[in-house]
Design a protein around this ligand. Sequence first.
Ligand code: ADP
Length: 609
Amino acid sequence: MDKLKFWQLIKPFRYLIIGAILSLVIFTNLGLVMPLMLKVIIDRVLVNNQLNFVFIILVTILLIYTIREIFFYVSRYMIFYISQRILFNVRTKLFRHLQNLSLQFYEEYRTGKLISNIITDVAALQQMVSASMVNLAVNLLMIVFIVGVLFVMNPILALISLVLIPLQLANFMYFRTKIKRGWMDLREKMSEISANLAETLNGVRVVKSFAKERTETRNFVSNLRPAMDVSMDVNMKGVFQWMICEAVNIICLSATIGLGSYMVLKNKMTIGSFVAFYTYLGMLINPIVQLSNLITIISQGMGSASRIIKLLDTIPDIRECENPIKLKTLKGNIKFKNVNFGYSGKTVVKDFTLDIKTGKKVALVGPSGSGKSTIANLILRFYDIKSGKILVDNHDLRQLGIESYRNHVGIVLQEAFLFSGTIAENISYGAKREVTREEIEQAGHKANLHEFIGNLENGYDTEIGENGTSLSGGQKQRVAIARAILRDPKILILDEATSALDTISEFLVQEALDNLMKDRTTIIIAHRLSTIKNADMIVVMEAGEIKQTGSHDDLIKEDGIYCRMYQSQEKYHSENIAEKDDETAEEADKPELPAEPNDFDGIPDCPAA
Ligand code: ADP
């Protein structure tokens, strides 16, 4: 992993880290006096019968442990503070970065997997930062100090008993890579599972309507089982590692007891020294075990940190130019000049030239897949064009500051996306400044929402659930329109804004849209041509190219796709109404209604021409 990047994460806290380590050194050192005190008690008090010495020793112990407590508090406070601040910075950076990444990035990356990776990676990093900082420093220091003390006390015994350190190290090294690989495998499997889970839950309607619950459960289980096996395997490797660690310890301790007893009997060591030596050796086990756990935590954390850094290093495809023009106001004139564009190599928009005049309503129509939404995406600069130019108020779109430009653009999609929260919060979401309740209600009024909201017990403060589950399609759409009204954009994009609605909701929404469209440059994408009859200009697209332009009245006179499409839709509607009238007369043997034609394929030639 990129050490430099990791260093940048911790650099702002380097002085605090030095302070934390210093207080840890003091805390650890003070913990090592107890066995020494034992030695003094045994060798001086017990052997020489000096009871008055006990009092001094007890006071010293109390004093030392009080100071140790203070340093315990200081060191832990500093460490937790540092680790939380580092994580705070990482989370903020990640969130900001994710907002800046282009739609292309999100199309390539499955969102469920992304979320799971971020959550688990940040959690692993958190564990690593806090656990490793506390434990790594404390345990390493403990080992170094204890080894030092043991050598001072009895070099020969120390040499023999400390064979345990290289043995334990070999044990950890052996299992380390295996455990690490297992964890990585498990992480990958779990994020796949999370991604599938998120997708199934999002598509729960589809799953249920196709009665696929059992298939989905089977898929889920078949993914879950290998993850369980890997998890079991990794955990058992940890258990083996621990068992070997214990065995090595017992062998070394036994050897020390044997040799120590011999030395005491031969008067080469005092009883006090022997007890102290043994106690110190016992104190060595815990830090070694803890270090072995740390190896896993650190290897997980390092993996996570490198994934986070890689994500942070993903360069946003859509970048602001060096000295962007920050527009305070916008007239709303959009010019496409010979624009070519495609997603990942496939050309979708070809030699597209169009002048959308300030304040005009321009409708884009054409078969699905002809590139209408792509034009809307290009206007929003969700993608950059391959060649040609898009000019907004005669500035190249790429020269404009992205945020300041998008602040002047509003969009209403086929499916309104609402956040959980109240209706008022959702309406004010897009506003460029703080808005008053009055302004929110005015927007609600213009969006034909007032009556519906008036009937709700909590009015504008009604909670709407995740993505507005408690609202109908038309109501959600009108909330989205109120949001756009409050945003007051100069350029407005309506992407099939009414096509998912029934006739009554469509009427209410259409009225709301008419209010919204006043005095704005509006690009309307629609397949129901009756809704765009009074657009100032209709652009007919096919396979990414402009085939016809003109007003409805002009186009209906031309022999072309528009006329054919219009007549076919008219025919469908009149038949549909006639069918409905018949239905009331004779209920039996209802013929299937043909699907509403929204494509241009297979439509007969236009007789009007
Ligand atoms: P329309 O709005 O007219 O239905 P689109 O602009 O959505 O058409 O799509 C035009 C073409 O581009 C289609 O062939 C579609 O499959 C393709 N397309 C749209 N979005 C993407 C994308 N994000 N990645 C790859 N191809 C895309």
